[in-house]
Design a protein around this ligand. Structure first.
Ligand code: ATP
Length: 236
């Protein structure tokens, strides 16, 4: 049984069809990347899985159970946690307060203290800045905080939409290292990225999304060696 599976998932924005039958799966312990160019439908897949957008057709299963019609707050309680694009932190709250806000869901409340230790261990920089307001953090620190806050909800599946967007190379490197640390710590990660090469290099498997459909899938290193993908996405 897969942790997550989408079967022929279709999502539309009015007359615009953004996903046109997207099928993929994620197994426990994987770090999966969905890559593709602008407008391919990557954000739409994330939002459909976390329940922020309704499916027009197809099915989503989590731990073998259909969740296609489940509201997003129920999906959060099941362990599907999305770390949104653009970070969406609480800017007027401190680092510590933002982290505490991540433990709002029932399943995570009792373990908030323990999980705070875990996220500060993962991101010592956040511990150093725990009293600082979120809107005064650097871009890289804000991204760390967004991930830390998402981890406080104890995800079974952590979904990240473009976590490396707008970051300096050093911070991109750091975020990818942390994602691997999170995965090896037992949290399954689903990552959406425009940074095709980096994402595939770090992933157990990857999917290439084009115009609302999966056009290629495989192990990260296999996809990176594929001539067609190299030409289309890496300009090689
Ligand atoms: P990017 O990398 O540029 O963020 P993406 O792969 O995440 O792109 P989506 O944001 O999922 O792509 O968009 C998929 C398609 O759906 C695009 O053609 C986009 O224009 C369209 N779309 C997205 N949001 C809306 C909306 N609210 N209303 C109408 N069309 C939308």
């Amino acid at each position: 049984m897969h942790l997550l599976e989408t079967r022929d998932l279709c999502v539309s924005y009015g007359a615009v069809s953004a996903l046109k039958g997207c099928s993929l799966y994620v197994d426990e312990g994987e770090l999966i990347s969905i890559v593709g160019s602008n407008g391919a439908g990557k954000t739409t897949v994330c939002k459909a899985i976390s329940g922020l957008l309704d499916a027009a057709d197809g099915e989503i299963l989590f731990c073998g159970e259909p969740i296609t019609a489940a509201p997003s707050h129920d999906r959060v309680e099941m362990g599907i946690i999305q770390c949104p694009e653009g970070r969406h932190l609480f800017p007027g709250m401190t680092v510590m307060e933002n982290i505490q806000m991540g433990a709002f869901c029932r399943r995570a409340r009792a373990k908030a203290a323990e999980n705070t230790q875990y996220v500060f261990g993962l991101f010592p920089r956040l511990f150093e800045r725990k009293s600082q307001y979120a809107n005064t953090l650097s871009g890289g620190e804000q991204q760390m905080l967004a991930i830390a806050r998402a981890l406080m909800a104890m995800p079974k599946l952590l979904i990240l939409d473009e976590p490396s967007l707008g970051l300096s190379p050093i911070n991109v490197q750091l975020i990818f290292e942390k994602l691997e640390e999170i995965r090896s710590g037992g949290t399954t990660v689903l990552l959406v990225e425009q940074n095709v090469e980096r994402a595939l290099r770090e992933s157990t498997r990857g999917y290439v999304l084009e115009n609302g459909r999966i056009v290629m899938s495989g192990r990260g290193d296999e996809l990176l060696g594929d001539e067609q993908l190299k030409k289309a996405y890496l300009g090689i």
